[in-house]
Design a protein around this ligand. Structure first.
Ligand SMILES: [Zn+2]
Length: 217
């Protein structure tokens, strides 16, 4: 690998570039491991979920180093998602035809190399990593510091603020390499409005779509 490789932002710098056959190969070799296929599926679906949200918010290829993971993204747009191995839920005031168009465009663009679409700053992963870090740092500090109440309090405050500062970057890396993968194996099967038992939108008044995907080896 040389420095003159075409830059894919941060993709090519440390780990190998995503290959279209990577998950198929993995399944062929160690697919007998229980839960592996589901994990690989949900990673790809998760990336498609993020990409669809990017497309719906009108993004051209977002540059990962430029994404501000510290910004208050909760105020921008009203879209949310939840991924499963069968597809993803999309919460937000969007027409079904628009969701269908965006999901298809997202898949095409990702397969075409716009891998940055897989990473979204408003992902729940950021939060979970923060929680994890806060917990483990707090635990280490608890073990290291003398057991006075003031020191304990200072220690926990320090742990919490350190985790907050580390989280955006770490959350991005976790998203990029662990909780998402380029959806090379996915196709979109169906896009439909999901209603609850009363046939109404969710608790926040937002309609819910389910984008059903299928896995192609
Ligand atoms: Zn996410």
């Amino acid at each position: 690998m040389t420095a003159t490789n075409q830059p894919r932002d941060v993709w090519s710098s440390l780990l190998p570039e995503p290959l279209p056959t990577q998950d198929t190969e993995l399944l062929r070799q160690i697919g007998f491991i229980p839960g592996l296929k589901e994990l690989l599926m949900v990673r790809q679906v998760h990336a498609l979920e993020h990409a669809t949200v990017w497309v719906l918010s009108g993004a051209s290829d977002p540059s990962i180093p430029d994404i501000d993971f510290n910004a208050n993204w909760t105020d921008t747009g009203n879209l949310g998602g939840l991924s499963t191995e069968q597809g993803f839920y999309l919460y937000g005031q969007v027409e079904t035809s628009e969701v269908r168009r965006a999901a298809r465009e997202a898949l095409t663009r990702m397969k075409g190399g716009e891998w940055n679409l897989a990473v979204h700053p408003r992902c729940g992963t950021n939060f979970s990593v923060g929680m994890l870090l806060t917990a483990s740092l707090a635990f280490s500090v608890h073990l290291l510091l003398p057991r006075g109440p003031i020191e304990q309090l200072l220690g926990f405050g320090f742990a919490a603020s350190t985790a907050t500062q580390l989280t955006p970057e770490l959350g991005r890396l976790v998203q990029q390499y662990i909780t998402t993968a380029v959806p090379f194996n996915l196709t979109i099967q169906d896009v439909a409005v999901i209603a609850d038992r009363k046939g109404e939108p969710d608790a926040w008044g937002r309609p819910t779509h389910f984008i059903q995907t299928a896995w192609v080896n």
